[in-house]
Design a protein around this ligand. Structure first.
Ligand code: SF4
Length: 719
């Protein structure tokens, strides 16, 4: 029986910031949501998305029972029937064409659930396919690759020590809207203001004057996709002016001298015209980074979704090393989540890519997956290994993948498709079966991903607020039943069998006899916590509804280094080879008009466009055009513009603004809710246009396979 009129505390699962929420509950209804003032990490901060937490759960369009497509219509069926249809649909394809005929796509909500953190890896292993795709290759794969080469592990990602830094240089990041990414920092804006309040500075480099840029001490416009040139200009200056000083890292870094040679051709004067950042300002940034008592360089999505994404991500941390700011308080540091255990000593196998290649374009595997930019190729191209069946888990690639119009058509040609998703959306409308997990109020929460990226070490577990819907299914059971089907144990197999097996393996590995927790995910979490860095347990976290503070970030070098040498390897050969390509691009002609994306505080990709409070008001899906370009192209505010690229064309409403630099137009991503066959009434009323109709699947960052979503050449004219 549910208590009436109570208060529940939980971590917000809607973005990477991991804020604590205080939730008013009456009976089986969420009545109020506000920031948890006693939360050890967020101290009461909340954003508009978090405030709608209960509304997502109550959304009338949210699926609560499985759907199966019959005669072109999705109809509700029982869980047993849905799994039987999946078994009947998948098995003949695998028997006739092998395991590679099945592809999987994982959307980024997977890193916001315990099921995603614990059951996706076993599912992929069970599928045995090399055709694994995810949102990582439209987002952050370059950071994984650069950290893999530098530190030996793609998950060893240093975050800016926001609470202690004196100087922060941010590129391609807009945390005033996003609240941070690959750096979990509840109230990121407040932490930036605190830098200024204690006499520090933060500088934003971005082709748009974002809200973050407005609050910065300085904003520098930069041509989209040219951050690597700017950063190399800084590296060049550090060497040229004798400012290189890795400090304590000197003993742990190899390749500093080689870097000097690599930077020779990237003098500030050589890069200034490419970036549109004056040479003297490039020098100035280098001097400020070197002179600041502590400094951090932080690059985010705008530095990843570009042609030289991996080089850019690498240079961010190269500068952090050269200025002695990696792994020291106030610089960039490696968090240590409570579910993780530090290694006994440095060194390891290191990082590599290309263990296999995509069948059609020969693109290298990275971190066990292939670039989503080539997913349509793998579905459309006949031959051995062609993808004929597709599984999506919490993903909407029809909106998020480059040249999504092509992918949309490709999905329509599949033999069989299954989606684990709470919505009948632009992607899942192609599915033969849709399996909706229970909503966030009915399941526990622990951030396996983000507590390993937090700017202060802390831990928090949130128990379910409401009892499970008796007719619903927890995501761990959905994923377990899929695993049992693909491993031949049948649609009717009991998921408890798999849960018990996974727990037994975890206990054995940890040397423990038993685990506590109400559900299978909780018991696995308990094992991870008890064998983790701080010796916590699930019960410790349950007893601390506002979280457990584990203190400021602490230095982790050399223990965190997993390179074969046990050192920071600054000049891995693939990066050095890629520098040659960047050098050649110094002489490229400047492109004409280019397209970039943008983020809004009330949006997180395509997830929350069916929540009225988050889409109300003036349409945000506008094409921002600089006044000089608007004059030249005879465009005016409110007009419809025809925008075209190699990949496709669309019409968008013009917003004339000097927030974008001349030569750049901007459309937000995650929109385009006008596809037939979806069931998201609110989103359909605020459809907007899909920016990925314009992005080009043929261009990727070659080292990471990441899609290029920024700096797309476009033509714009009155519609
Ligand atoms: S910033 Fe993110 S975690 Fe915090 S309330 Fe908003 S959506 Fe939730």
């Amino acid at each position: 029986m549910v208590d009436v009129n109570r208060t529940a505390y939980r971590t917000c699962p809607l973005c990477e910031a991991a804020c604590g929420l205080e939730i008013g509950v009456a009976g089986d209804t969420v009545t109020a949501v506000r920031g948890d003032r006693d939360h050890v990490f967020s101290h009461g901060f909340i954003c508009p998305k978090g405030a709608t937490f209960g509304q997502l759960s109550g959304d009338a369009d949210r699926l609560r029972r499985p759907l199966v497509r019959r005669d072109g219509q999705h109809v509700e069926v029982s869980w047993d029937e849905a799994f039987a249809v999946i078994e009947a649909g998948l098995r003949p394809i695998v028997e006739a064409h092998g395991g590679q005929a099945v592809a999987a796509y994982l959307g980024n909500p997977n890193v916001h659930t315990m099921a995603g953190g614990l059951y996706i890896t076993p599912l992929l292993k069970a599928l045995g396919t090399r055709n694994v795709f995810s949102a990582s290759t439209v987002d952050q794969m370059p950071k994984h690759v650069s950290c893999g080469y530098l530190f030996g592990s793609p998950l060893a990602i240093p975050v800016p020590d926001l609470d202690r830094t004196d100087f922060l240089l941010m590129l391609g990041a807009n945390p005033w809207e996003s609240n941070g990414s690959l750096a979990t920092a509840a109230d990121f804006p407040g932490r930036l203001k605190a830098i200024q309040a204690r006499g520090g500075r933060f500088v934003v480099v971005d082709p748009r004057r974002t809200r973050t840029a407005e609050h910065a001490d300085e904003h520098l416009f930069i041509r989209p996709g040219t951050d690597a040139f700017l950063l190399f200009g800084i590296v060049h200056t550090l060497f040229a002016e004798g400012l290189v000083d890795p400090g304590r890292l000197t003993a742990y870094a190899q390749g500093v001298d080689d870097l000097q040679g690599l930077a020779v051709d990237f003098a500030p004067e050589a890069v200034a015209g490419i970036c549109d950042v004056p040479a003297e300002r490039v020098r100035g940034l280098a001097r400020e980074l070197a002179a600041a008592p502590t400094a951090a360089v932080y690059g985010r999505i705008g530095t990843c979704t570009v042609e030289f994404g991996t080089l850019t991500s690498w240079l961010v941390d190269v500068i952090n090393v050269l200025t002695g700011n990696l792994d020291r308080p106030g610089g960039v540091m490696f968090p240590l989540g409570a579910h993780l255990r530090p290694a006994a000593k440095p060194g390891g196998k290191g990082f590599t890519t290309g263990r296999w290649r995509s069948r059609v374009r020969g693109l290298p595997e990275v971190k066990g997956e292939l670039p989503v930019a080539t997913l349509a190729d793998e579905i459309e191209t006949p031959g051995e290994g062609q993808v004929r069946a597709f599984l999506t888990v919490a993903g909407n690639p029809v909106l998020s993948a480059p040249n999504s119009g092509r992918l949309d058509r490709a999905l329509a040609g599949l033999d069989f498709m299954v989606s684990v998703d709470p919505y009948l959306n632009e992607t899942t409308r192609h599915a033969d079966v849709i399996l909706p997990p229970m909503d966030a109020t009915q399941k526990g929460h622990y951030d396996f991903s983000f507590l390993a990226l937090a700017v202060r070490n802390f831990a928090a577990y949130s128990p379910p607020i409401f009892p499970a819907d008796p007719g619903g299914m927890d995501e761990v059971d959905i994923l377990a039943r899929l695993i049992l089907i693909v491993t031949g144990q049948g649609a009717g197999a009991d998921p408890a069998v798999l849960h018990e097996r996974m727990l037994a393996q975890a206990l054995q590995k940890a040397g423990l006899a038993e685990a506590s927790g109400d559900g299978p995910a909780e018991r696995l979490l308990d094992v991870a916590l008890r064998s983790g860095a701080y010796g916590l347990s699930l019960n410790d976290l349950i007893a601390a509804p506002h979280g457990v503070d584990l203190g400021p970030l602490r230095p982790r070098i050399p223990e965190v280094l997993r390179t074969p040498s046990g050192l920071i390897e600054l000049c891995a050969p693939p990066l050095v080879e890629e520098v040659a390509r960047l050098r050649a691009a110094l002489d490229r002609p400047r492109p004409g008009l280019v397209l970039i994306g943008r983020r809004h505080l009330r949006s997180n990709n395509s997830w929350m466009h069916n929540v009225p409070a988050l889409v109300k008001g003036r349409s945000r899906c506008t094409l921002q055009v600089h006044p000089l370009d608007a004059d030249r192209l005879t465009l005016a505010d409110g007009m419809a513009a025809a925008v075209s690229s190699r990949a496709g064309s669309l019409a968008a409403t013009v917003e004339v603004t000097d927030r974008v630099m001349p030569g750049v137009v901007s459309l937000p991503h995650g929109w385009g809710h006008d596809r037939p066959g979806t069931r998201m009434a609110v989103a359909a009323e605020h459809a907007g246009v899909n920016s990925n109709i314009l992005t080009d699947e043929l261009i990727v960052d070659p080292l990471s396979g990441n899609a290029v979503l920024n700096g797309i050449p476009v033509e714009v004219k009155p519609a």
